[in-house]
Design a protein around this ligand. Sequence first.
Ligand code: TRP
Ligand code: ZN
Length: 493
Amino acid sequence: MRKRTGLLIGLVLVLLLVLVALAIPWRASKTAPATAPRPPSATAVPTAPPVVGADGIGDPYFPRAGNGGYDVTAYDIAVRYDPPTDRLEGHTTLTATATESLSRFNLDLRLPASAVTVNDQPATIHQDGGELQVTPAAPVPSGAQMTVRVAYAGVPSSVSGGTEVQSPWVRTADGAVAVGEPDIAAWWYPSNDHPSDKATFTITAVVPAGLQVISNGALLGGPEAVGPGLQQWRWQETEPMATYLAFVAIGNYDIVRRDTRFGLYLAAYDRALDPAIADAARASVEQTPQIIEFLSGIFGPYPFRQLGGVVPDASLGFALEDQTRPVYAPTFFDDGQNVTVVVHELAHQWFGDSVSVDHWSDIWLNEGFATYAEWLYAERNGGPTAAQTAAQNYARHPAGDDFWRTPPGAPGAASVFNNAVYVRGAMALQALRVALGDQNFFAVLRAWATERAGGNGSVQDFLALVKHVSGKSVDALAQTWLVSPARPPAAPG
Ligand code: TRP
Ligand code: ZN
């Protein structure tokens, strides 16, 4: 009885307290005079004196790539593009968190910027050689969120610089396509241009009515009329994405869509393609869902919610693993169907896109793995075994061949896309497979893809995982196949 009364009194007291607590903010908002909202910088925690953010994120091969002092969480890219003049006008918003107290920081952008605001306050800017210096009206404290809006405009195909011979912004008969690695972002949007700072993306483009815009992820809307003779398309990628994997293709495209168990499949074929090439391209790219099915059986679940591909009528000379929707050069289909290139770009969705390199020096984790996926596809579809393909490639390059001078685990800045990174890189995986046995080898690939999904990793991290999963140290194997600039004594296996 006494206990019960005590409990009741207790309950009533708690109830009263809750009511009072609930009433306080309500009363306060009714009676207290309105106060200005606290600026985001007015935190109780004392912050370090502001510093100037570095003009590079610390990549050993590309010291000016990316920037220091902040971490981008989201890009909202909005561009208007006029194909006849190749003029692009952009208004892009970055949401980022300062990782240092910043009096100034850089963005990577090669088109001229006209105005920048940081947390809605006009900032002072200075632009030089792909670096856009931003001095906010007030320093941004470490740990604070910042919203950076950049207005810019220019002619992307006339922009020079970067690491590539060919401009990564390529004009086509009716539009343009933005595809490049490691450089493309700075030709069309401001960013922290490095794969170690991944973020979500919303990509909006306004183009002349009648043209199509294809990009990454989900089609949120479009074509939607937004002015006389203008239409807007909106795309969104909600999985973290590296800056070089964001793309747009603008032009006259035939769009193919269908639902698959991996999400919406959307592919686009330039209407200007030669009909024979267009047919061969379709016959290949339309196998995307089956190939993803095949690869997910080996590497684990497909990491994204959309899938597809784009074939522009542009002499790109390569394909690029743009996230959810690779872009393929038409030349891949000159001799008819080509499933190998599709397997390669789709394997990158696991190795490169979902799990991205820490630094460009880790490129083997992308290209060696995607090439090995081609060999696995052949092995399991009536072709040569991966061991046979490795042996053929080993035999093809005698000792003294330049091929052996580029070690895939340390190719150097000028050789990140050297053939050896691909082919010797895949041989290294074959050597690893023989050393570990199939069960451990495939367990390692799967663990790498699933444990680091949406993130990054280095060659060292991968070798540590090998040791963790298999219990074996593969230091000597890594030295022979990944680091030494010489032909290993024997073919793998
Ligand atoms: N990652 C691409 C692939 O192997 C190749 C590549 C290297 C690339 N540099 C490029 C593609 C520049 C486009 C542009 O699939
Ligand atoms: Zn590749």
